[in-house]
Design a protein around this ligand. Structure first.
Ligand code: ADP
Length: 481
């Protein structure tokens, strides 16, 4: 089975969030299951700079304002199709904006171009390559399905995965004439969205199947509270909407071999955690004592509930725990956390920035990871936490609800608990969960059993990969029927 994936990010080449982890891991997970996945990605400098020999398999004299080509590349087991379009992607800054973080004003054009090329490839533009199915990710790739639907690849089965419904790619109606779609596409059941053009909306409308990254989130997005304006549409497609929990890359995230750790450890020999703990305490300027060390590794945003965290900072310190926060995001939230750290020197430490090695050391050395998200499509940090014996304390929403087993009495008695859940968007519930965590930490046998239970949980891609394969098979089967 040949699957063409289209994505704006892929780990390890370019990553701003969990989406990249998924698009980087899924092709590898599917390899052993009879699926050959090729992934079309934008040629950002960080991507094109990586490959010396560029063999073009597709060329455009003019793609949305400039010449472009697609070359094939291979890295770390990933088969890539790189869209080399310097006028769109060869820029200093991030994938979506300049160095100040401001979005590129022509993002609609950049990702319409990516999508157009995706649809061309789906239609057979690369000689000798005819994908059986197309799998696109998020709004940046979603228009692929619109171009397919209104073009010559209308019959090719397709899947769109929504990693976060908050990002929709909504633009003014004035861009429509430049998209090159037929006039009738500007319709309620086409690309039209609240009077403008909706990229994600268009993809959701055109896809054979819609997946999102956890079963709970798949339910939540059908409600007005989580649906972000798309709940109506999603409710018309419930038969085609499924939630498949993300796995993690269990080779990169393996406490027994992880080179970013100060010391390795395993479920049988946990002693190495101590060395990682010391590194974290040192880096965050925290006191060395035996009180529970809690951490946060996150974008510092409203979605992640970081304002709720800041509001209970005082109470966390009073509970007797120490807190280490790594992240970056909203300036106001960064400021609030830094202020908390200076008020509670030695008990609260904050590092502003993105630091992959430090994130590993925190998972490998802290006792628990706090994840107070208001909504969380899947979430990866709780899965890393499970695998590294860093007990997740999570808001009961989305993938957090699906992957952490709360330490209620019955679960503890049965020895199946792996963490703590609390009501999302509720500071009282959050601090109550922190106090439960501190109490459980003091009851060593219970704590150790929870850690080990989490470390033994299957958080790999094997199971989730198989669910994607089943979905692909059923869609291809329907087409042939
Ligand atoms: P989202 O994609 O919404 O940001 P996820 O939990 O799905 O949330 O994925 C976040 C990813 O980014 C994880 O791999 C996490 O470890 C990583 N991450 C987030 N913030 C930081 C940071 N400041 N430093 C290092 N890694 C981070």
């Amino acid at each position: 089975m040949q699957v063409l994936a289209v994505t704006p990010e892929i780990y390890p080449l370019v990553k701003t969030g969990g989406l990249a982890d998924v698009t980087g891991a899924l092709p590898l997970a599917l390899k052993g299951q009879g699926v050959k996945m090729r992934t079309l990605v934008p040629g950002y400098p960080i991507v094109t700079g990586r490959f010396k020999k560029k063999k073009a398999v597709l060329q455009y004299e003019a793609l949305h304002g400039g010449p472009a080509s697609v070359f094939i590349a291979e890295t770390g087991g990933l088969d890539l199709l790189v869209l080399d379009a310097p006028h769109l992607f060869d820029r200093v800054g991030g994938p979506y904006g300049d160095a100040t973080g401001a979005d590129w004003p022509d993002n609609w054009r950049r990702f319409a171009a990516l999508s157009l090329v995706g649809a061309d490839i789906a239609a057979g533009a690369i000689s000798g390559y005819a994908p059986d199915l197309v799998h696109v990710h998020d709004w940046q790739a979603a228009m692929t399905l619109a171009y397919m639907r209104y073009g010559t690849a209308a019959g090719v089965p397709s899947v769109i995965t929504v990693h976060n419904l908050a990002f929709q790619g909504q633009f003014g109606a004035s861009i429509f004439p430049e998209l090159g779609l037929p006039l009738h596409a500007m319709a309620l059941d086409g690309v039209e969205y609240y009077g403008g053009v909706g990229f994600l909306k268009a993809g959701l409308q055109a896809a054979s199947a819609i997946t999102t990254v956890s079963p709970t989130y798949a339910q939540e997005i059908r409600t007005a509270e989580f649906g972000m304006g798309l709940n109506g549409l999603l409710n018309t497609r419930t038969g085609d909407l499924v939630g498949i929990v993300n796995g993690i890359d269990v080779d990169t995230w393996n406490p027994e071999t992880d080179k970013l750790l100060a010391a390795n450890f395993s479920v049988r020999a946990m002693k190495g955690r101590q060395a990682n703990r010391l590194v974290v305490e040192e880096r965050f300027g925290l006191e060395r004592d035996n009180s529970p060390l809690l951490c946060v590794v996150s974008r510092l945003t409203w979605q992640k509930g970081i304002d709720i965290l800041a509001a209970i900072g005082e109470a966390i310190v009073e509970s007797g725990a120490k807190l280490a926060v790594l992240g970056s995001g909203d300036r106001a939230l960064e400021g609030a956390l830094l202020a908390g750290a200076s008020r509670h020197r030695g008990r609260v430490g904050v590092v502003i920035g993105y630091d992959e090695p430090l994130s590993h050391q925190m998972q490998g050395g802290c006792d628990a990871i706090l994840i107070p998200s208001r909504f969380e499509p899947c979430g990866l940090t709780q899965l890393y936490g499970l695998r590294y014996g860093c007990v997740p304390v999570v808001a009961r929403t989305g993938g957090l609800a699906d992957t952490v087993i709360d330490a209620n009495e019955a679960a503890v008695a049965a020895g199946v608990a792996t963490g703590f859940q609390f009501k999302a968007n509720d500071g009282d519930a959050f601090i109550h969960a922190v106090r439960r965590t501190v109490a459980a930490f003091a009851a060593k046998p219970v704590w150790t059993s929870m850690q080990k239970q989490g470390m033994k949980a299957d958080v790999s891609w094997a199971r989730s990969g198989a669910r994607y394969v089943d979905l692909y098979r059923s869609l291809i089967g329907k087409r042939q029927a």
